[in-house]
Design a protein around this ligand. Structure first.
Ligand code: GLU
Length: 305
């Protein structure tokens, strides 16, 4: 296993120097694009890594998986999917267009920003602090890190510049797709995006999903098997932004990327994969991460298709 990860790392490293970090959130533009890590967690809970696997970065859109798992946990399938659809859009993650032109007032799916904001409204609590605390507690078990926390600087940077997300949320509220306080929903959403993780931890989250919701270390059921099926399906169809189709073709595993540079993959009944490099392609996916995923998929015959 270690040798294959080493080879995936080497193959991915040929793309170092290409792409650029996200800069629409100013704090993310500071990332060191020379960092690269590849981790695999197997279903016995062992993690194997090569590269900068201890470097911490913000989850960004990978947190959409955590938010969805938490929302399903607290509000159930019917509660969540009354507010969000399950269809891929082919549009950029922060697009507003379908909220206006779509056939329903619900956002298309939980993996785009509008959908994830709608999902946060399904996490109950007495105010945004308690609602985020619930997400954080859940994230700590899903990533097997009891100390997990969010990055205050990235949170501040994102809150200050997140007008597009505010626009999405106000538009949904105007159309009665969501109710309640937009600033409060966005506080939960931005804090979730700012959760600080490392590559090993996201590979562990992948392993929980690969292991049908059971922690491969504690043996505890963290996500109900039916919810895991829902989450993995949505990762497959919508998890890699508007490159999800190409990723299905080239790699063929349920995965979710984030503009912080991480990609989390879950290979059902086999393993969780994490990759990290903050230089992104034009769609928002980590370039070296994509290369590493392609290599691992080929070498280990991981494609579901
Ligand atoms: N926090 C980012 C945003 O809302 C997440 C985007 C992403 O990683 O795709 O714009």
């Amino acid at each position: 296993m270690q040798r294959i990860i080493q080879e995936a790392y080497r193959y991915a490293s040929y793309s170092l120097g290409e792409g650029a970090p996200a800069d629409y959130i100013p704090e993310l533009a500071k990332a060191d694009t020379g960092r690269l890590a590849v981790s695999i967690t197997d279903l016995a809970g062992r993690t194997h890594s090569v590269g900068d696997s201890q470097i911490r970065f913000t989850m960004q859109s990978i947190s959409k998986v955590v938010l969805l798992a938490a929302a399903l946990h607290f509000s159930g399938f019917d509660g969540v999917f009354a507010r969000v659809g399950v269809e891929p859009t082919g549009d950029p993650f922060n697009s507003i267009v379908r909220l206006e032109t779509g056939s329903s007032n619900r956002p298309s799916n939980p993996m785009i920003n509008a959908g994830a904001i709608a999902v946060t409204t399904c996490i109950p609590g007495d105010g945004p602090a308690q609602r985020f605390e619930r997400v954080l507690e859940y994230a700590r078990s899903l990533l097997d890190n009891p100390e997990l926390d969010f990055d205050r600087e990235v949170y501040r940077s994102e809150s200050e510049t997140g007008d597009r997300n505010r626009a999405l949320a106000y538009m949904m509220r105007a159309d009665h797709a969501i109710t309640g306080s937009v600033p409060e929903h966005l506080e939960v959403y931005f804090k979730a995006c700012s959760l600080l993780v490392n590559c090993e931890e996201i590979s562990f989250l992948g392993a929980v999903l690969a292991n049908n919701g059971v922690s491969p270390r504690s043996g505890r059921m963290l996500i109900e098997p039916f919810h895991v099926k829902v989450i993995r399906s949505l990762m497959c169809t919508c998890g890699m932004y508007d490159a999800s189709g190409e990723f299905a073709l080239r790699v063929g595993i349920p995965a979710k990327s984030g503009v912080g540079g991480g990609i989390m993959g879950a290979v059902p009944n086999r393993m969780g994969i994490g990759t990290y490099c903050p230089a992104l392609d034009s769609k928002g996916n980590s370039l070296c991460g994509l290369r590493a995923m392609e290599y691992l998929s080929q070498a280990l015959n991981l494609s579901l298709f």
